[in-house]
Design a protein around this ligand. Structure first.
Ligand SMILES: Nc1ncnc2c1ncn2[C@@H]1O[C@H](COP(=O)(O)OP(=O)(O)OP(=O)(O)O)[C@@H](O)[C@H]1O
Ligand SMILES: [Mg+2]
Length: 463
């Protein structure tokens, strides 16, 4: 290998010269560019081995420049830098073929390490980047918020694997955003025009789950009045999301393994194989390796599912994400449709930063949502937070007050949940499927909640 040629692109000349010096010292040949247009020109002329560029540049921004670079010089690797790493820019850059993604301010060590790794990767793969005829734009689903280093790793992996058909296993504690990532994978894949079918493996007993997944022929069991297609069939040309896969029984696991191996299913009560073209994404909050060790989960299935693992870090390990998440949820949960987002006092935000978040992002969202209501959409102080002003002291006393506090929290959340369900039922004119859809929950869960809160006859007719 001769001397590697690197193009450094940034509109800030001090950053350019800093990088140039660093990389020249390491033995690379370095050229500079100050605008996106200049980047494209130089790439076309000189085909550098690597371009390091800012996503924000005058004339042509980095993402556009990246596309042009990739189409005019597929062999050139691109490393993206940004001052404010946003999840979408990260995913987008990786999706468009950037080799890695770094946020400013960066450490020089990190740069030389990343550059080295980029070249290693290039040598290793050898294969010239195949040009994608269709460079699709990133579909905005529910936004994934948070730019902490562990979340950036998540975005990188999502960007890399979304377009492939590889099976993905998403792991992580409850409420960390596993379902959100599953959606991001589907909607950024080539299958996005097809269905995304979600099945919770925990919601149903074994035989019902199998009928749900595989469908059944008429009369195949008591109650099977008509033929029904299963979820695998419904997911054809799309993605099936198997949530809480750790709850799947061993016999069903065996059947799933066959589907993965043969890409064919048989309806319950039928021996005719039906081809299915599906991409499988699974999620679990359990330690599947441990389940394997305890013989509760088939090891061969585990290896098949775990081709790509995306681990969602718990919120307590990325508290830097708390403030942007709070902002996001304040904007999402307005006091009324026309209200401005509520604001939060510094001390209340500090409490949120101190808390350990056992329920992760979902818990944070609930806490913010409730605080917006209690503060009437104005300014949230720690009085509106469920862990109160003196929580730490109380925790230390370990007395009854803590459990009183907890039960107050639970009751408030339950009340809040009930109100939301009632509102959805009203808005949907009592149509439960529609209400469940509006709430973004499984119909089955809505039925359970309706029962729990005694809302069977709600809303009363004739309103
Ligand atoms: N990074 C994030 N940015 C914005 N919203 C998030 C993020 N992570 C989670 N959420 C929100 O928190 C809630 C819980 O997320 P999700 O349902 O994806 O969690 P989960 O990991 O599937 O949890 P469980 O294991 O309990 O099913 C959702 O309302 C989701 O929109
Ligand atoms: Mg989930």
């Amino acid at each position: 290998m001769g001397q590697r040629h690197i193009l450094v692109a940034d509109d800030d000349s001090s950053i350019r010269s800093l990088l140039k010096q660093l990389l020249a010292d390491e033995g690379y040949a370095v050229a500079e560019a100050a605008t996106g247009t200049e980047v494209v020109q130089r790439v076309v002329e000189a085909h550098p081995d690597l371009v390091i560029m800012d996503v924000r540049m005058p004339e042509l921004d980095g993402i556009e420049a990246l596309q042009k670079v990739k189409s005019s010089s597929p062999g050139t690797a691109v490393l993206i830098m940004t001052a404010f790493g946003s999840s979408n820019a990260a995913i987008k850059a990786m999706e468009l073929g950037a080799i890695d993604y770094i946020t400013k301010p960066f450490e020089l060590d990190r740069i030389s390490h990343t550059v080295k790794r980029a070249f290693e990767y290039q040598d290793l793969t050898q294969e010239v980047e195949v040009l994608r005829d269709e460079i699709s734009t990133l579909v905005q689903t529910e936004r994934i918020v948070g730019n902490s280093p562990p979340m950036q790793e998540v975005y990188k992996t999502v960007g890399k694997v979304a377009k492939s058909d590889a099976t993905v296993l998403i792991t992580g504690e409850s409420g960390t955003g596993k379902e959100l990532v599953a959606e991001a994978l589907h909607f950024n894949s080539t299958r996005r025009g097809g269905p995304l079918v979600k099945v919770s493996c925990a919601a149903l007993p074994e035989t019902l789950l199998e009928a749900e997944l595989f469908g059944h022929e008429k009369g195949s069991f008591t109650g099977a009045m008509a033929m029904r297609k299963g979820r695998f069939e419904l997911a054809d040309k799309g993605t099936i999301f198997l949530d809480e896969i750790g709850e799947m029984s061993l016999p069903t696991q065996t059947k799933l393994l066959r589907v993965l191996q043969e890409r064919k299913i048989e309806r319950v009560g039928s021996a005719i194989p039906i081809k299915v073209d599906i991409r499988v994404i699974c999620a679990t909050n359990k330690d599947l390796q441990k389940q394997v060790d305890q013989h509760k989960f088939r090891d061969d299935l585990f290896y098949r599912l775990n081709v790509i693992n995306i681990h969602m870090p718990p919120l307590r390990e990325r508290k830097d994400d708390v403030p942007p998440l709070v902002e996001h949820f304040l904007a999402k949960h307005r006091y009324s449709a026309t209200a401005q987002p509520a604001r939060i006092s510094e001390e209340a935000l500090k409490r949120l930063m101190e808390y350990e978040w056992p329920g992760n992002v979902r818990e944070l969202e609930n806490v913010v949502e409730r605080a917006v209501v209690l503060s009437r959409g104005q300014i949230i102080t720690s009085r509106e937070l469920p862990f109160g002003d003196h929580d730490t002291e109380r925790e230390e006393e370990g007395g009854e007050e803590v459990s009183a506090e907890r039960s107050f929290f639970k009751k408030s959340v339950a009340q809040f949940e009930k109100d939301l369900i009632m509102k959805a039922l009203r808005d949907a004119n009592g149509n439960r499927s529609k209400a469940a859809e509006m709430l973004g929950i499984y119909r089955r869960l809505l039925y359970a909640k309706i029962k729990e809160y005694g809302l069977e006859g709600y809303p009363p007719k004739g309103r």
